[in-house]
Design a protein around this ligand. Structure first.
Ligand SMILES: [Mn+2]
Length: 257
């Protein structure tokens, strides 16, 4: 179980420069891009990634924003620029792949389809929506989910879209949310380490801190910020970087954000 993040701890603000030849391997987690290519390119420029770095996208590269297809191509190109590139599956990758909603080549579709339900690192885990309370098994290899029956994988599907849980900690679908339900991360006990997640936009200036979870979606497509979090060897936030959206691309929160 992860060390509890103290309630008053905020991540360290971004450094003026994050480049340099002599630095060590970095792990960088990037929040929901939602087709915001210009902001992604600006963020990548600040990060000045190199072939040592591990980069993990929390999912929802696509939809809502102006350049979904180009964001997919830009992220695919990063495979030749960094040491390890991981795309965690968002509900929008899931939907786009099932319904073929974008104008992509077969090669590009296979990249989106190969996105994973979670990524586990030392002291942390990355999931798009988060960790359902009832989830007690999370193997190192997320492809294990593909071997499950639809009924048994429901809990893992919920990792893509979880927001609220009820008083017993059970997943609540967005349409069934009641006033007494709470955000999942307020209940998460850190069983798989610190969970870095996207899906739920937070409109602060820094990653949103929960006892054992960090929200990385700062609402870029809604005119706020795109965020990257740098993770240290124990899975904790060492730094973060944000870029301001050029404009508001999407009017507000829909039912499938
Ligand atoms: Mn989402």
């Amino acid at each position: 179980m992860a060390t509890r993040i103290s309630d008053d701890a905020q991540p360290t603000p971004q450094a003026a420069s994050l480049g340099g030849r002599d630095r060590s391997v970095r792990t960088v987690i990037i929040g929901d891009v939602h087709g915001c290519l210009k902001e992604l390119n600006e963020l990548l420029g600040i990060l000045s990634l190199c072939h040592h770095d591990r980069v993990i996208f929390v999912g929802d590269l696509v939809h809502k924003g102006p350049n979904s297809e180009d964001v997919v191509r830009r992220v695919m190109a990063m495979r030749g620029e960094v040491g390890e590139l991981v795309l965690v599956k968002g509900n929008h990758e899931d939907k786009a792949c099932k319904q073929r909603l974008l104008n992509l080549t077969d090669h590009e579709w296979s990249f989106l389809t190969s996105s994973v339900f979670w990524y586990k690192g030392p002291g942390y885990v990355v999931a798009h929506g988060g960790i359902p309370t009832e989830l007690d098994v999370l193997p190192a290899d997320p492809r294990w989910v593909e071997t499950l029956s639809n009924r048994n994988r429901k809990c893992y599907d919920n990792m893509l879209r979880i927001r609220k849980v009820d008083a017993e900690g059970k997943f609540v679908a967005l349409a069934d949310t009641k006033a007494t339900d709470v955000f999942w991360a307020t209940r998460y006990d850190g069983r798989f380490g610190i969970c870095y997640f996207g899906h739920e936009p937070f409109f602060g200036d820094h990653p949103e801190v929960f006892p054992y979870a960090i929200g990385t979606d700062l609402g870029c497509v809604f005119g706020r910020k795109l965020c990257a979090v740098l993770v240290d060897d124990s899975g904790r936030v060492s730094q973060y970087v944000t870029v301001q959206a050029e404009q508001q691309y999407c009017a507000g929160l829909g039912s499938e954000t």
